[in-house]
Design a protein around this ligand. Structure first.
Ligand code: UD1
Ligand code: CA
Length: 432
């Protein structure tokens, strides 16, 4: 930790997202956009100030759920709108202050650290873009930054400038305390622009150092197109790091893995696999188009087209196609086809036949199913919870088992007798 304060501006509404949800709360790889930049900041600073206004309560509650020790500053956005307004009244603890836009989810600690390697009262991030549209243009004269012009204030000549402001700055705290109070809102958007600090400081004789950066790290998200592009970049990062740790992926572009999913040992993911939330995969194979959410898989194979819903533990188990598991622990089990296993605990050596359903819900409450060791559950059985099936039980195909307990060693079956009506077919359809 250095003596560094980090201010993250997250008060804006994000009109261009065309959504009632505040921009910084839109999820990328399973976590709100703002979570990602705060996480990067947390690695470097003990003084993080998040500026809020739109949906401030929701933004602050979300961040408090993930991080401790953040300072929240409510912007007086009605009277002082704009990124300059966001910095008004903010009191950083340290002499160096990094300012980040809250809509830059691809930021990393390394990228922030680069700003500290240059010794200047202002270091600002500059990107060269083939399509600079939407960004503030950086006017550079003889290699030195002169000022930043927002797109809406640009002359036609300025619009053609392809060096843009990426929206991250390192300031000496004294620069902010001197020039923020001098900002005016005499511009197209009638806002107080943080970017005007650059021209004011330049006039007062301060050096401004440009730091050339890449879009992969500094991309700003303003629209749902940007949101999608940023997610693709983040997905590539998440997947590359998993592959470098020994995870095999087939057609990785079709695989989606949320931030926070962990792997151990050699794992294999087929095309179209989706891994969400706090999922942990250990020495397992997940076959095509399976979805796993907030669950743990160890020494198992799942899918294709299986769905493992939250709070499941799948250990040493085979799960086949069209099996849905929810809040269940399966240890040493085979469930090959077409089943719903919810609120269940199933033990070693047990075989779950095709079409088995744990009837865990009576319309009011959910109930548990407990199945012991070496149980053979025949195809198309319904197990009405709450139910306990002891070890070494055979359940015949097509059985509906009522709630209660089935003792070890028995065969249970419920079958309607078969009725045979001779000659019925020809009578009904006529002779063919
Ligand atoms: C800003 C820069 C622009 C730069 C771009 C990079 C200004 C004036 N312009 O433009 O030069 O190229 O970022 O991505 O700074 N915010 C507040 N309070 C406000 C307004 C915004 O906290 O009153 C926050 C937003 O929540 C957002 C960030 O500041 O996280 C940037 O705001 P946004 O409106 O996206 O700025 P841009 O127009 O992209
Ligand atoms: Ca922006």
């Amino acid at each position: 930790m250095r003596n560094l304060s980090i201010v993250i501006m997250a008060a804006g509404k994000g009109t261009r997202m065309k959504s009632p949800l505040a921009k910084v709360l839109h999820p990328i790889s399973g976590k709100p956009m703002l979570y990602h930049s705060v996480k990067a900041a947390k690695a470097l600073s003990d003084d993080i100030i998040v500026v809020t206004y739109h949906q401030a309560d929701a933004v602050e509650a979300m961040l408090s759920g993930y991080f401790e020790g953040l300072t929240f500053h409510r912007q007086d956005l009605e009277n002082f709108p704009g990124t300059g307004g966001a910095l008004m009244g903010v009191k950083p603890k340290h002499d160096k202050v990094i300012v980040l836009n809250g809509d830059m989810p691809l930021m990393t600690p390394d990228a922030i650290t680069r700003f500290l390697s240059i010794d200047a009262p202002i270091v600002m991030s500059v990107i060269r873009l083939a399509n600079p549209s939407g960004y503030g243009r950086v006017v550079i004269v003889d290699g030195a930054v002169e000022r930043i012009v927002e797109q809406k204030d640009c002359t036609p000549q300025e619009l053609a400038i392809d060096t843009v402001n990426a929206g991250v700055y390192a300031f000496d705290a004294s620069i902010l305390s001197t020039f923020i109070p001098q900002l005016s809102n005499a511009n197209a958007q009638k806002e107080y622009y943080l970017t005007d600090v650059i021209a004011l400081a330049k006039k007062a004789g301060h050096a401004i150092a440009p730091l050339y950066v890449e879009e992969e790290l500094f991309k700003g998200v303003n629209s749902k197109v940007d949101l999608c592009e940023a997610e693709i970049i983040m997905q590539r990062r998440i997947k590359n790091s998993a592959m470098l740790n020994g995870v095999t992926m087939h057609l990785s572009d079709t695989i989606y893995i949320e931030e926070g999913v962990t792997f151990e040992g050699e794992c294999e993911l087929e095309a179209g696999v989706i891994l969400k939330g706090k999922t942990h995969i250990e020495r397992s194979i997940i076959k095509a188009h399976s979805v796993v959410e907030d669950s743990t898989l160890i020494d198992s194979d799942v899918g294709p087209m299986a769905r493992i819903r939250p709070a499941s533990r799948i250990i040493d188990t085979h799960i086949g196609n069209f099996v849905e598991v929810k809040k269940s622990t399966l240890t040493g089990v085979k469930a090959g086809h077409l089943s719903y296993l919810g609120d269940a605990t199933i033990d070693t050596g047990t075989n779950i036949g095709a079409g088995t359903i744990t009837c865990n819900y009576d319309g009011k409450k959910k109930y548990e199913t407990i199945i012991g060791k070496n149980v053979f559950v025949g195809s198309d059985s319904q197990l009405i919870a709450p139910i306990t099936i002891e070890d070494d039980v055979m359940i015949a195909a097509g059985t509906t088992l009522p709630s209660g307990r089935v003792e070890s060693g028995v065969l249970v079956l419920s079958r309607a007798p078969v009725k045979t009506v001779k000659g019925f077919y020809q009578k009904f359809f006529g002779k063919k």
